[in-house]
Design a protein around this ligand. Structure first.
Ligand code: ADP
Ligand code: MG
Length: 544
């Protein structure tokens, strides 16, 4: 046994060592070692060491607790740790998070209280070390949510196939308990219920607002927060999302930002649940949206017109198929491809602007911000040049001073880049020369749907709108090819002459046809002229 201990201890820096039995099999003894990074369990048998050793990374641990058994005559205490390591599925090349529970019985001491204290010491040490195993990713510093924390978990029972509550019962409730996260379940009763509730809520009670639905429910919550008189503080409440709908684009984006390989459905839910339990918070951009006669809106995901908006809304009738509804809708629309006429203009994102903006938001918004990743200014110069002469004809210089800009004295950030919707645009805007489109899609997160990586370069707080449009003239087959390539985020490398991609800070779209569909975060909004401006890192998102 000493030999075994010596061998284990020599492998890495041991923090704790103990010899326990399993929870069900009291005869099977094991040596347990806690290092800075791993929990190592070595079964003590005469078989060769390698076969009986399990190494669990603390990065995959969501929680650990100690408790006494139900039998008061039992002097033992119990220790249980919960892990969600990435594992290859049986007969599949796919990797997803799968639950592993490690339980131990500690009974070496005569005093039951002393056994419990020993188990608690272990539980604390495991929790502290797994919390320390979080590193900033891609230069984004994330702060960890305070523990114990109190979450409001909003569930839309109608979202997706109507299974959000079942999914909560089957996966999420247990996971949050394992992580020691207290939560209050709020089941929405109707559309806009969540929006009204967060508008009035006492936010000091909540460490986070978590949505279990599709993107539509988060859209409600964000707009409710930004309608409050204390919007500036309210929008800094950490927000979380668990995929329970049919359009789970933000959940898929968060999973993608974590660096894991793509998954869908319940595997995506387990991944997002795991990341939520990890509780790391990053900044998220918000985009303000101006429409002709509706009040200003806020958007965290997308603004769409043409093919994508039509598919999103027309596929509502296939809702009971879940996320597959978009595939069905795409095929139906491809069969009767339409051309959408309108005028599109945008303010390009530049490298300089992004560094300036970052400095400003560092000092103004929050203390915990780190210098952001600088963006390459991607602009198709030939395209830009070709439309420049048009610009000078069409666009008059307008100073976007606060008094003349479109923001009224309403809650929410000031839009410094947008003149009122009926006024001409400043001359540093680019007007797209085409007027015939198949789609216009503005994205600020990576995914458009669970399996559509529309903006592969997007990060939650890059401060840019990733603008795509497809010119009319594309064949249905070529468009289908684009969407198929988008599953892997490869559509930008297909060399499709009809697809244009550029990074912008603001845009304006004026559709010409009197009827049509415009969506914001997958929700229908007033059809007609629309303009948008990005506000870098305005909100907080739990990304894990
Ligand atoms: P999905 O991805 O399945 O579309 P969403 O979260 O986008 O799921 O929700 C769809 C719509 O349902 C949104 O417009 C949302 O505002 C609305 N909604 C929220 N709660 C309810 C409810 N209890 N009953 C009906 N609709 C609701
Ligand atoms: Mg939706």
């Amino acid at each position: 046994m000493d030999q075994c201990r010596a061998k284990l201890e020599s492998t890495s820096l041991v923090k704790l060592y103990g010899e326990f039995t399993g929870t069900s099999n009291r005869k099977g003894r094991c040596a347990v070692i806690l290092t800075e990074k791993d929990l190592v369990v070595q079964r003590l048998t005469s078989a060769p060491v390698g076969r009986n050793k399990v190494v669990l990374s603390l990065k995959d641990c969501v929680g650990c607790r100690a408790y006494r058994g139900n039998d008061s005559a039992d002097k033992a205490a119990y220790l249980v740790a919960y892990f969600y390591p990435l594992k290859r599925r049986w007969m599949s090349s796919k990797v997803s998070r799968q639950r592993v529970e490690q339980g131990f019985r500690l009974a070496s001491l005569q005093d039951p209280q002393a056994n419990l204290e020993e188990a608690e010491k272990w539980a604390r040490a495991v929790r502290e070390r797994s919390a320390r195993q979080q590193f900033p990713r891609n230069g984004v510093l994330m702060s960890q949510m305070s523990r114990p924390c109190q979450m409001m978990l909003l569930v839309n029972p109608q979202s997706g196939k109507g299974q959000a509550l079942t999914l909560y019962n089957n996966h999420i409730q247990r996971m949050l308990n394992e992580a020691g996260i207290k939560h209050t379940l709020v089941i929405t009763e109707r559309q806009n219920h969540a929006r009204e509730m967060v508008k009035e809520a006492d936010l000091s009670q909540w460490d986070a607002l978590v949505i279990m639905s599709g993107d539509g429910l988060l859209y409600e919550v964000i707009n409710g927060l930004l309608e409050r008189p204390d919007w500036e503080e309210a929008i800094r409440t950490p927000l979380g999302i668990l995929p329970g709908g049919s359009g789970n684009a933000l959940a898929a984006s968060i999973h993608h930002y974590s660096g894991a390989s793509p998954v869908t459905s319940e595997e995506l839910l387990v991944s997002c649940g795991f990341l939520l339990c990890k509780g790391l918070v990053s900044h998220m951009d918000m985009v303000s949206i101006h429409l002709c006669s509706s009040p200003r809106l806020f958007s965290f995901l997308s603004l769409a017109w043409g093919f994508v908006a039509d598919v999103d809304i027309e596929s509502e009738k296939y809702r009971h198929f879940g996320a597959v509804r978009f595939t069905i809708g795409t095929l139906v629309r491809l069969a009767s491809l339409r051309v959408y006429k309108g005028r599109l203009a945008y303010l390009p994102a530049t490298k300089d602007h992004n560094s300036e903006e970052a400095l400003r938001s560092n000092t103004m918004l929050c203390k915990d911000r780190v210098p952001p990743v600088t963006l390459p200014a991607v602009r198709d110069s030939s395209f830009h040049n070709s439309c420049h002469s048009n610009n000078s004809l069409k666009v008059r210089r307008v100073e976007s001073t606060p008094s003349r800009s479109a923001t009224k004295a309403l809650p929410g950030p000031h839009d410094s880049l947008l003149p009122p919707l009926d006024q001409p645009l400043p001359d540093d805007w680019v007007v797209v020369p085409e007027e015939d489109f198949v789609l216009m899609l503005a994205m600020y997160q990576s995914h458009l749907a669970e399996d559509l990586l529309a903006a592969p370069e997007a990060t939650p707080d890059d401060g840019v709108i990733h603008l795509f449009y497809v010119r009319a003239g594309i064949s249905p087959t070529a468009l289908l090819r684009l969407f198929l390539a988008m599953e892997k985020g490869a559509h930008l490398t297909t060399n499709c002459q009809h697809l244009v991609y550029t990074k912008v800070r603001a845009l304006r779209l004026e559709p010409y046809s009197p009827k049509g569909i415009i969506t914001v975060d997958g929700e229908v909004v007033e059809y007609g002229p629309v303009q948008a401006e990005v506000h870098r890192g305005l909100s907080r998102l739990i990304t894990g």
